[in-house]
Design a binder for this molecule. Structure first.
Ligand SMILES: Cc1cc2nc3c(=O)[nH]c(=O)nc-3n(C[C@H](O)[C@H](O)[C@H](O)COP(=O)(O)O)c2cc1C
Length: 189
C-alpha cells in the first residue's frame, strides 16, 4: 500500500513533522507500506489559483503523490484554532478526484496539551474532498511533544497512541483498497 504523508509546518525542527517521520517508520517497518513524506516547507507552492493550478511543477508533484496514494496522513501545527495556512493552501490544490474514497489520518501538534480544533478542521476539509476520515486521530502538545535523538517520542503514551491510531488507519486502508479492487473486478467481469 502506498501512503502519502503531508507535513504542514513551516518550522525547522517541527514536532508535527517529527511525528510524521516516526509514523512513516512505523508504517514501513511494521506494516510494509511504501511511504512518501512531503514536507511543504521544502516544496514551495504558489498561492492556489483556480486559473493556474496546473502550471506549477511542485503543485503537480504534490497532486500526483496524493492521487497515487491508497491512503493519506495530514499533519498540521495548531494555528489559531485551525490548520496552518501552508497546509490549507496545499489542500486547496486537491479535488475529489484525488482524495475521494481514500482513508485519511489527521495529526496535529499544539502549544496546549492537545490540538483538537486543527484536527476537526482537517476532518472537515477531508469530508469536503470526499475522503474517509479515520475514526482515530493523533495530537501531541505541551508535555508530550519531545523526541529523542532517534526520533522516537519520549512520551510512552504518544508511542502507544501512534501504534493504536496507525493500526486502525492501516486496517481501514486495507479494507477500502480491497473493496475498491473488488468493485473494479466486478465492473470488468
Ligand atoms: C501563529 C501561531 C498560532 C498558534 N495558535 C495556537 C493555538 O491556537 N492553539 C495552540 O494550542 N497552540 C497554538 N500555537 C502553538 C503551536 O501550535 C505549537 O507551537 C505547535 O507545537 C507547533 O507545531 P510544530 O512544532 O509542528 O511547528 C500557535 C503558534 C503559532 C506560531
Amino acid at each position: 500500500m502506498k501512503i502519502t504523508m503531508i507535513a504542514g509546518s513551516n518550522r525547522e525542527e517541527a514536532t508535527s513533522t517529527y511525528l510524521l517521520q516516526y509514523i512513516g517508520r512505523q508504517l514501513e517497518a511494521r506494516h510494509q507500506c511504501s511511504v512518501t513524506l512531503i514536507q511543504l516547507r521544502e516544496l514551495p507552492l504558489p498561492f492556489f489559483s483556480p486559473n493556474a493550478y496546473e502550471s506549477d511543477a511542485n503543485a503537480r508533484y504534490l497532486v500526483q503523490q496524493v492521487a497515487e496514494a491508497d491512503g493519506l496522513i495530514l499533519a498540521s501545527p495548531e494555528y489559531h484554532g485551525s490548520v496552518s495556512g501552508m497546509l490549507k493552501n496545499a489542500l486547496d490544490y486537491m479535488n475529489g478526484s484525488h482524495v475521494s474514497g481514500k482513508p485519511v489520518l489527521s495529526v496535529s501538534s499544539a502549544g496546549g496539551p492537545v490540538g483538537v480544533s486543527s484536527l476537526l478542521n482537517l476532518q472537515t476539509i477531508v469530508r469536503n474532498l470526499h475522503g474517509v476520515n479515520c475514526p482515530e486521530w493523533i495530537s501531541i502538545g505541551y508535555g508530550s511533544h519531545s523526541f529523542d535523538s532517534n526520533g522516537q517520542p519520549t512520551d510512552g503514551g504518544v508511542r502507544e497512541r501512534v501504534e493504536q491510531a496507525v493500526g486502525a488507519f492501516v486496517e481501514l486502508t486495507r479494507l477500502l483498497t480491497a473493496g475498491a479492487a473488488a468493485a473494479a473486478y466486478g465492473r470488468n467481469a
